[in-house]
Design a protein around this ligand. Sequence first.
Ligand code: ZN
Ligand code: ZN
Length: 334
Amino acid sequence: MNMLRLVFVVSLLVGCGTKAPAVTRGAVEPRTSAPPKAPPSTSPYVLVLGTAQDAGLPQIGCTGQHCVRAARDPAQRRFSSAILLCDPRTGMRWLFDATPDLREQLHFANGHPSSRQLPGSRPPLVEGIFLTHAHIGHYTGLMFLGRESYGAKQVPVFGTERMRDFLTNNGPWSQLVSLGNIELRPIAPPDTVKLAADLSVQAIPVVHRDEFSDTVAFIVRGPERALLYLPDIDKWSRWDTRIEEVLAKVDFALLDGTFFDGDEVPARAMSEIPHPFIRESLDRFGPLSLDERRKVVFTHMNHSNPAHESGGEAAVEIEKAGMSVAYRGQVFPL
Ligand SMILES: [Zn+2]
Ligand SMILES: [Zn+2]
């Protein structure tokens, strides 16, 4: 029995003997920038590369306590929300959302999966990139694939048709297309992209502020488990899909936890930037079974969100409700 499975089994035992997922609980953000060791697994897994809202932590110009602390202490910094799907069986990997922190995130992900061995001085960074939407935290990292940076060759980029049109028709992104740094692969939700016989990615449409593109979430299905990646949505009640129904079909759900509560950013009209407050999600998911609630892992947290603080009051409130907060380096076995 390998280590991951052991962790999973232990988690099952701790979780009232039921089918609770293997979410590591109460863990902290790594204290150094050293990349995590790839887990000793032969099965696909998801590695968390960032947990902050688009603008990261610290955020530009912010003198709030979280940002000041993060500016001083690298351990308090948070990269924008992204995940990496790794398949140790083939050495392949796929990125979900290309953030402004992509440079550092890919260094952080060195050695994932451990079987990844590519010849040459400029091997492919990833086998493909899945984009949720065209807000700055989710696609602008593509710039590092271009001529001024890595000069990537034909990296498949999966996004909706509107996302493809946006990237094709607007500079500087259009140059990535014309120079062949990226190769756009439009997907029409609920399309599924097959990555291996037992590994696939399905796009599902999500209601969000769609100024430049529409928005999707992704369900990653592996040999044994499935993970939902849904970093941005306006409000659960505005979605024509019931989040509980999606939750029932997956084992892990990385969900929009942008704001903890409604009074968090007094200088901004919260109605212009709608997201489900974590407190609203805790209330909504409260009646679900503990097994269902344990699937919920919040990510995409704004710099103002107290849940960033590991072990803080907000994180404890979330834990007490049976849910948890994602952290960079977290691994979800599929
Ligand atoms: Zn976002
Ligand atoms: Zn967004």
